[in-house]
Design a protein around this ligand. Structure first.
Ligand code: ATR
Length: 280
């Protein structure tokens, strides 16, 4: 087998990279190798550090696909740049975006589809799938999501599609929550600051880094929920601790990572991953 730094390893049938800055911490290579093992595919998946600017991102993505790459995951801070790239290319019929990516304004998965650069966003669907796998049926539930950044924006359409009864966006800077609510124009959506949350919350989702700061959480002491979900994983969560102390069921975001990855893998390879009792 011939391998050089300028060509992809030729023994694999599928070549993937995840682009980020920083990137060394990414679990995606191990995650996708587990999917490959389960589905019997021979893949190569590498971490790709990239300078934090649009031109560098485009250069790295282009050289990857021009070199025969199959699929690309995008993490912080490039998701909006990947969206911009697909949107620009779509103006000359060379790019396309999924409905989820369009609404999220961000792309976490790139592929070549029908000869065009196709951008999808599997993060929000990954969240909903993980909640489902944990026995949380969102149908007719009152859901609160904390934060009004990209993570929240990407989750809103999948949550609405899961037929929630209400979706309350709460954010430290209330104007950002208001802007998001207006963008979606759905009468199930309400918004507030972090203190004035609704009374009957079935599911509360943290899409901020709020629990990391060490600051006291701004919630009222009487706030309760059936299920608290933190999109973060691998770090102590004051947010989850707060609700655990109130006997709520809780989950960190590792399963969201797994599920968004499985959706990317399926898009790239056509293979569905079985996530029952999945570990990696
Ligand atoms: P992402 O794309 O991951 O959502 P982001 O766009 O930087 O990241 O958004 C971070 C979110 O975390 C924001 O909603 C931010 O609140 P503001 O809009 O008021 O800045 C929220 N956030 C971060 N640190 C916080 C803290 N210590 N307390 C409350 N909210 C915090």
């Amino acid at each position: 087998m011939h391998t050089s730094i300028l060509s992809l390893p030729t023994s694999a049938d599928y070549h993937f990279i995840v682009i980020g800055n920083p990137i060394a911490h990414s679990k995606s290579p191990e995650l996708h190798q587990s999917f490959a093992k389960q589905t019997g595919l021979n893949i190569h998946y590498a971490r790709q550090l990239c300078p934090n600017d649009f031109d560098s991102f485009v250069a790295v993505a282009a050289s990857f696909f021009n070199g025969g790459g199959t699929g690309l995951n995008i993490t912080v801070p490039f998701k909006e740049m990947a969206f911009e790239l697909c949107q620009t290319l779509s103006q000359t019929n060379q790019g396309n975006l999924s409905e989820y990516a369009l609404v999220a304004g961000a792309v976490n998965t790139l592929a070549i589809k029908d000869g065009k650069l196709y951008g999808d966003n599997t993060d929000g669907r990954g969240l909903v799938a993980d909640l489902r796998s944990k026995g949380v049926d969102l149908d007719s539930k009152n859901v609160v999501i904390l934060g009004a950044g990209g993570a929240t924006r990407g989750a809103i359409l999948p949550l609405l599609n899961a037929n929630v009864k209400s979706l309350h966006i709460a954010n430290r800077t209330v104007e950002k929550a208001e802007n998001l609510a207006k963008m979606f124009d759905d009468n199930r959506i309400t918004f507030s600051n972090l203190t004035d949350l609704p009374n009957n919350v079935d599911v509360i989702i943290n899409a901020t880094s709020i629990g990391l700061s060490g600051e006291k959480l701004p919630f009222n002491d009487d706030l309760t929920t059936d299920f608290a979900y933190d999109m973060m994983y691998g770090k102590p969560s004051a947010f989850l601790d707060f609700f655990k102390a109130k006997n709520a069921n809780i989950s960190d975001g590792l399963g969201m990572l797994v599920n968004q990855g499985a959706l990317s893998f399926e898009l790239w390879t056509g293979e569905k991953v079985n996530l029952t009792d999945f570990t990696f």
